[in-house]
Design a protein around this ligand. Structure first.
Ligand code: ATP
Length: 437
């Protein structure tokens, strides 16, 4: 099995990710996150928000509606240009993206020997349509947002008028986006419903200024992934070529991960120029200009965007963390991302004093850390360690007979597998330091 297949199996087995609507045969391009998956995803979003909003003075957040006035998507160019080139196999009528040669080749290999005939490429719009309203024949067509970005730009004036931000500043947002992808696949990598975590950073339009911030955010975002444990050797930047760039982008670089299905993008850093603000100004008639408080000079800011996929990040964090040691599978997830931070075991499940003591350590740590703390009293200790290793729990605590005598426990480290004895009264301080509370 390759790294993706191993992670797919683990994700299902341990409750990270399930196929969407599975009992009804699924729905192509949708995935449901289970008890551990939702924690992993929430942790990614939590760390993103902390580093973007809480730790900075120049970024604020918003949470805009998924449903927007359809004029937004005309203004942003998505109705016209948010399309992928689609080709159809004339024999079996399956459709593929013309710009994905691997998929095309894979399909051609099915028709062994015979030459596959394809239709001419045509543009296929990715916006998902929905109907809104209560009277059947008077329902209005709306779109489920194809990117979360526009919800930020339509609120540019609202944020300016209601807060004290001054350029350069950014607006961060996390939320769902929807695309009618032609070929969803590679597990959650290409889905039809997914989550994005973004920063839209508004800067002066002068070339030097926008370039400076572009380079700054490129470096910051790469650093962020490395700080959360992504292997530097598996990451690279790739610049979009001239014909490849989205309709709004002046410059675009992707952060890519070296996976078993190739180097794949999971975050894009784009210089959107003044595309969005000038388009919304034109289509809505609302002045989107920004007046510099010192010089009185009025201008349309440029936008530097960092646009990451929460699901793709989660997938590559899982693949990056997956290791097979001699006799165990271990997810070496960064401590901040691990679903459970600590697991508590009574050495023996049938010794009432051990269980009582372990229960009290479990309940105290949960309150002290405000994090998920696992409990396991099944099977032997070795099996419990392996079960926690497989879901990435960084520390396991065992309550044994010595605990009853001197109030100490063993702490076992997931990665080194080393064990140390600690006083129960020092656990709170020890773990708060470990988890940076
Ligand atoms: P691709 O070329 O793979 O279709 P894109 O260049 O269209 O992606 P962007 O529009 O730049 O992607 O979106 C920003 C981020 O949103 C991507 O880097 C990715 O992490 C995430 N994303 C985009 N499309 C999907 C999808 N179909 N499924 C999951 N995540 C996605």
């Amino acid at each position: 099995m390759n790294d993706l297949e191993k992670v797919v199996a683990l994700a299902k087995r341990r409750g990270f990710i399930f196929p969407g609507s599975e009992i009804y045969g699924g729905l192509s391009g949708t995935w449901d996150y289970g008890p551990l998956g939702v924690e992993l995803k929430n942790n990614i979003k939590r760390v993103f928000w902390k580093s973007m909003v809480y730790e900075r003075d120049d970024v604020v957040g918003v949470d805009a509606a998924i449903l927007m006035n359809p004029k937004v998507w005309e203004a942003s160019g998505h109705v016209e240009a948010f399309a992928d080139p689609l080709v159809e196999c004339k024999t079996c009528h399956e459709r593929f993206r013309a710009d994905q040669p691997e998929e095309i080749q894979k399909h051609e290999s099915i028709h062994k020997g015979k030459k596959t005939e394809w239709t001419e490429p045509r543009k296929f719009n990715l916006l998902v349509e929905a109907k809104l309203g209560v009277v059947e024949d008077k329902k209005d067509k709306v779109y489920l947002r194809g990117e979360i970005t526009q919800g930020v730009h339509v609120n540019f004036k609202n944020v300016l008028d209601s807060t004290r931000v001054q350029i350069p500043f950014g607006i961060a947002q996390i939320g769902k986006a929807f695309r009618n992808e032609i070929t969803p696949g590679n597990f959650t990598f290409r889905s039809r419903e997914f989550e994005q975590m973004e920063l839209q950073f508004y800067v002066k339009p002068e070339k030097g200024e926008s370039q400076k911030w572009y380079e700054y955010w490129k470096a910051e975002r790469m650093k962020w992934y490395v700080s959360l444990g992504m292997d530097k050797k598996k990451l690279r930047f790739r610049q979009h070529e001239e014909g490849e760039r989205a309709h709004y982008a002046k410059d675009a670089w992707d952060i890519e991960y070296d996976s078993s299905f190739g180097w794949k993008e999971f975050e894009g850093i784009h210089n959107r120029g003044d595309w969005d603000l000038s388009q919304h100004q034109k289509h809505s008639g609302v002045d989107m200009g920004y007046t510099d408080q010192e010089s009185g000079h009025k201008f349309l800011p440029y936008i530097i965007e960092t646009s990451g996929g929460v699901d793709r990040a989660a997938l590559f964090f899982l693949i990056n963390a997956y290791f097979e040691d001699k006799d165990r599978v271990v997810l070496k997830l960064h401590k901040k991302l691990a679903p459970f931070k600590v697991a508590i075991f009574p050495l023996l499940a049938n010794k009432i004093e051990l269980v009582k003591k372990a229960r009290s350590v479990h309940s105290d740590l949960k309150t002290q850390l405000s994090e998920l703390v696992a409990w396991d009293d099944r099977g032997n200790i070795g099996k419990r360690y392996f079960a926690q290793d497989e879901i990435g729990t960084p520390y396991c605590i065992t309550i044994d007979f010595q605990t009853l005598a001197d109030d100490t426990v063993t702490i076992r480290d997931r990665d080194s597998m080393k064990q140390e004895r600690f006083k129960i009264k020092n656990l709170e301080k020890y773990f708060k330091k470990k988890f940076n509370h």
